[in-house]
Design a binder for this molecule. Structure first.
Ligand SMILES: O=c1ccn([C@H]2C[C@H](O)[C@@H](COP(=O)(O)OP(=O)(O)OP(=O)(O)O)O2)c(=O)[nH]1
Length: 119
């Protein structure tokens, strides 16, 4: 049972062997989020290709009033498997230009009179 505001690490009973060059992300289920406020603390949880242990889910009940009961066999999360790019970092004097430039959080999507924090 997850009380309002409580979190718990829930075992899935599932272990996998991802091929090298892949990653799996543990992500919340929309139905649980919309209906009960159940989300995942570290969403998306990252499962490394070399991990062979049980996949666990850090569930959080964000509802301020209602507890939520989890039973064995419930689908509490979903797993997205993706290939990962191997990045090679190269030091440069200047980065190529872009539309966004250095505008950070909240610097787009507002009208003239309402600017974001880093606009
Ligand atoms: O939601 C999650 C996230 C991670 N893991 C497992 C698989 C993953 O390969 C391992 C380590 O996760 P992560 O790399 O995110 O942990 P970290 O905090 O960066 O520690 P470290 O990599 O040193 O173990 O824990 C889960 O079972 N569920």
């Amino acid at each position: 049972m997850l009380g309002p505001g409580e979190r718990a690490t829930v075992g899935t009973g599932v272990a996998i062997a991802l091929p090298d060059g892949y990653v799996a992300f543990v992500v919340p289920r929309s139905g649980l989020a919309f209906r009960h406020g159940i989300t995942i603390v570290n969403a998306p949880g990252t499962v490394d290709a070399g991990y062979r242990g049980e996949i666990k889910v850090a569930l959080l009940n964000t509802d301020a009033r209602e507890p939520y009961a989890i039973e064995a066999g419930d689908r509490i999360a979903q797993l997205v498997v993706m290939p990962v790019a191997r990045a090679r970092f190269v030091e440069v004097e200047r980065l190529p230009g872009s539309m966004r430039g250095e505008g950070g959080f909240g610097s787009t999507g507002f009208g003239e009179h309402k600017q974001g924090v880093n606009a």
